[in-house]
Design a protein around this ligand. Structure first.
Ligand SMILES: [Zn+2]
Length: 332
């Protein structure tokens, strides 16, 4: 017997692998090994519960647009309400799927490989967190604006790929105001209708390139490095204003002790809890407007922490409000 979180993770890995395999349109065989394995697991669980299993991968993917449906082999008490691994309209994998599939670890590994032992590791990291879409002129533009970034770009170029079909409309690829790829309005390529962050309203395009000449940052780095970067910057500014200009990943409260924190822009409390434990942080910081700040999500996060582990989930506003001005060390 498999527990529901393991099964959900496995299903998410199956969907994520299929998304890499063929990013849009109906799934076609041969399917990736992870996808086939996820199907086998779900079929097994359905048969064990006396339910009709999905007829194949296309039907399983249909199930994944709403995991609170009747056919799901676990009772609704498992708090899957509203959870989807595939978007029902765009038919792409969701952020929830990426989080459950463990893409945050992939992002951490890609980043550490990209900056390891490099004398310009800070410039490489900064470039990756700020540059999601690149084109034929990017290197020249960086050279004029920031020669260090232009030099770093040469070493991290492998982390950019041609955009997958899901982000190409009429031969163009665009970024939303949030900095992530967006679907363009089919009649007006100055407007977006939907973006990878999933929560942005339709709005103005912030960057637009011909898809044939464009490269997008690796999807794991888009969601788990570039997306939380904006939160990191806001938080850093807020902490600086509170007199905490010290270590970039620590904060001091009134007891004077430094506590490690990390910024997360997430949608699944269980996956956030797992990643925060693995990251060794004491505080997981989320955006003020994040659904993760809702009482239900906070409860689910705390509930998912291993026994004996305490990690505070705080919004950026809560953290800054509690941040105590750093105490001055008296001169010796
Ligand atoms: Zn957006």
């Amino acid at each position: 017997m498999i527990d529901w979180t393991s099964l959900l993770d496995q299903l998410a890995r199956g969907v994520a692998a299929l998304s890499d395999h063929n990013s849009s349109g109906a799934p076609v065989p041969p399917y990736p090994r992870e996808t086939q394995y996820a199907l086998d697991l779900i079929v097994h669980e359905c048969l064990r519960h006396g339910l009709t299993p999905p007829a194949g991968v296309p039907e399983l993917i249909q199930w994944c647009t709403n995991l609170s449906g009747q056919q799901w082999p676990f009772p609704p008490a498992f708090r899957l309400d509203g959870l989807a691994l595939v978007t029902s309209v765009q038919r792409t994998r969701t952020r929830a799927c990426a989080e459950l599939a463990g893409l945050a670890n992939v992002a951490d590994e890609l980043l550490s490989d990209a900056v390891a032992d490099a004398p310009d590791s800070a410039a490489r990291r900064q470039l990756l967190r700020s540059q999601v879409l690149v084109g034929p002129d990017t290197h020249r533009e960086l050279l004029m604006r920031n020669p260090k970034a232009a030099s770093a770009f040469r070493f991290v170029k492998d982390l950019y790929r041609p955009p997958s079909d899901e982000w190409v409309t009429h031969g163009k690829v665009a970024l939303c105001g949030c900095g992530l790829p967006a679907r363009l309005d089919s009649h007006d390529d100055r407007l977006t209708v939907w973006c990878e962050r999933e929560t942005c309203p339709p709005g103005a395009v912030s960057q637009l390139l011909p898809a044939a000449k464009a490269l997008l940052l690796h999807p794991a780095l888009r969601l788990f490095l570039a997306l939380p970067a904006q939160l990191e910057d806001r938080l850093r500014n807020g902490l600086n204003a509170a007199g905490q200009a010290g270590h970039r990943d620590e904060v001091r409260f009134s007891d004077g002790r430094a506590r490690p924190f990390r910024c997360y822009d997430r949608v699944v409390p269980v996956a956030l809890a797992r990643d925060a434990v693995a990251g060794g942080v004491e505080i997981a910081v989320v955006p003020d407007d994040s659904a993760m700040a809702d009482p239900d999500a906070r409860w689910a996060f705390a509930d998912a922490l291993p026994t004996g582990t305490t990690i505070a989930l705080m919004t950026e506003g809560e953290l800054i409000a509690q941040a105590h001005p750093a105490e001055r060390t008296p001169d010796a």
